[in-house]
Design a protein around this ligand. Structure first.
Ligand code: NAD
Length: 495
């Protein structure tokens, strides 16, 4: 059985804690590796390595950092198939989805290749006589990233490129469920030429996260995961004086107005609810059907669900893979039972699907007539379950979004430009889609939700990512007029 270790100072660092966790292939249910769990001493060693590397790295020229970032981008692209293969093997998502994840990650490296543009400061000449005022942005030091299982390549790449390009050193603590793809991403950074210690990876669980949050040499923490852990990481890291951005869970609503293109809305609902087995923080989990659109929309979604091919993600015919663990599958199945018991109409029951292997598969589920007290509505299920809530008006739909504790994404489907424009103002969420179900911003904007979907005030990647990983310094500089210099430099005398 392969053991996956840590990466410290540019080389594999064999785990010494004696504690490990199994890694599974969710499509077969088989264990494929053991993952070393770091103890406090190992984390301290990684932080010491990152701190030592920072002293050099922060003074490395922008030209050199950018050259390395270009090399890194090209290496990740050249290895995209292998990264995607590892994603499918440990997460279960289908190959095309895994390739899409890598492509979205590369966007963030490309953005960081233009870091010089983002680090141009401001300058005011002659703020006062002989006085100029200007600002620069400087790196923080050692920064840490703690990432979730559902995008094991892309989410680390939301963080690493901007953090390194701005002169920080980075410690990644990936999810313990699917660690092989993030490890390859870090190894490629070594190959690209980033000096040892600039990017370290430690595998582990709460022990590792807690140590990163309390260690004085870690200056900032970027976290992506579920809301309860995001809140814990936000509170703990900030109580230790760190800068922190902690992205949490979601329950994304998609309002469909009576004038919407029903085929487009149904196609979008199916791909956004069931893609990646619903294990996306931007998945649509609630369709809000306004007025008479409900019956034809539910029928259109149901029809499309019957054609969805569920299977091993390596099979090109598969459109949806398994869930991440047997526990996740059983938890989602329990929610379906609770929804049915609470009075939701089970239009399609994923529990009825049968699979002739030991993978963590579950069929797709559509629940209609869901109400806001049901656990299928109040909780983040994080699986292939789509709820339909029927409402009478646009305003009822907007109120549902406003009353949700989460505010990651929200979408509207309509042919009415005025309604769409009104929605972009009204929607109480950080990312809004208009006839787009999963409005994940491109790499030159930034990603982040509102309310319990983000603890902190800086979103991730793009311009906000650069801001998060840098601190501003304003310099006020006075030089006497050269004409008053003791040495005659030939300048005209001022009056
Ligand atoms: P999770 O919160 O269980 O784990 C995330 C990270 O936190 C992992 O690295 C894990 O090892 C660590 N962790 C877990 N428990 C911890 C604890 N008690 N103390 C310290 N660290 C701990 O999340 P997950 O199951 O890996 O990922 C799914 C969740 O992430 C969903 O809720 C999803 O909505 C959310 N997510 C959000 C976004 C976003 O951008 N808002 C993106 C992706 C995923």
């Amino acid at each position: 059985m392969t053991t996956i270790n840590h990466l410290i100072d540019g080389i594999e660092s064999v785990g010494t804690s004696g504690i490990s966790k199994p890694v599974f292939n969710p499509a077969t249910g088989e264990q494929t590796a053991e993952l070393a769990m770091a103890n406090v001493a190992e984390i301290d060693a990684a932080i010491a390595s990152s701190q030592a590397a920072f002293e050099q790295w922060r003074h490395t020229s922008l030209a050199r950092r950018i050259k390395l970032m270009h090399a890194y981008r090209n290496l990740v692209e050249a290895n995209a198939d292998e990264i995607a293969r590892r994603l499918t093997a440990e997460h279960g998502k289908v190959t095309s989805d895994a390739q899409g994840e890598v492509a979205r990650g590369i966007e963030n490296i490309e953005y960081a290749c233009g870091i010089a543009e983002m680090l141009k400061g401001d300058y005011n000449e002659s703020a006062s006589t002989g006085v100029d005022v200007y600002s620069v942005r400087q790196p923080l030091g050692v920064v840490a990233g703690i990432t979730p299982f559902n995008f094991p390549a892309m989410v680390p790449l939301w963080m690493i490129p901007n953090a390194l390009a701005t002169g920080n050193t980075f410690i990644l603590k990936p999810s313990e469920r699917d660690p092989s793809a993030p490890m390859l991403i870090a190894e490629l950074a070594q190959q690209a030429g980033f000096p040892p210690g600039v990017l370290n990876v430690i595998n582990g669980d709460k022990v590792a996260v807690d140590r990163l949050m309390e260690h004085p040499d870690v200056k900032a923490v970027s976290f992506v995961g579920s809301s309860p852990i995001a809140k814990y990481v936000y509170e703990t890291s900030s109580s230790h004086g760190k800068r922190v951005q902690a992205l949490g869970g979601a329950k994304n609503h998609m309002i469909v107005l009576p004038d919407a293109d029903i085929d487009l809305a149904a196609d979008s609902a199916v791909s956004a609810a069931y893609g990646s087995a619903g294990e996306r923080c931007m998945a649509i989990s609630v369709v809000v059907a306004v007025g008479e659109v409900a019956d034809p929309l539910v029928e259109a979604i149901k029809t499309r669900m019957q054609n969805l091919v569920i299977g091993d993600g390596t099979d090109p015919a598969s459109e949806m893979g398994p869930l991440i663990t047997a526990e996740a599958r059983d938890r989602v199945a329990r929610y379906i039972g609770e929804g049915a018991a609470a009075g939701a109409t089970v239009v399609v029951d994923g529990r009825a699907a049968s699979f002739d292997n030991d993978g963590f598969f579950l069929g797709v589920t559509l629940l209609d007539h869901v109400t806001t007290e049901m656990s299928v509505y109040t909780d983040e299920i994080f699986g292939p379950v789509l709820c339909v809530v029927r409402v009478d008006s646009y305003q009822d739909g907007v109120d549902l979004i406003s009353n949700s504790p989460w505010g990651n994404g929200a979408a509207i489907f309509t042919r009415d430009g005025g309604a769409a424009r009104r929605f972009q103002t009204d929607a109480d969420a950080g990312m809004v889609g208009i006839n787009v179900p999963i409005p994940v911003p491109v790499g030159y904007h930034s990603f982040g939700g509102w309310k319990d979907s983000l603890y902190g005030d800086t979103t991730m990647y793009g311009p906000e990512g650069v801001r998060f990983y840098t601190k501003a310094k304003v310099i006020t500089s006075r030089w006497p007029d050269p004409a008053t210099s003791a040495v005659d430099l030939g300048f005209p005398q001022n009056d």
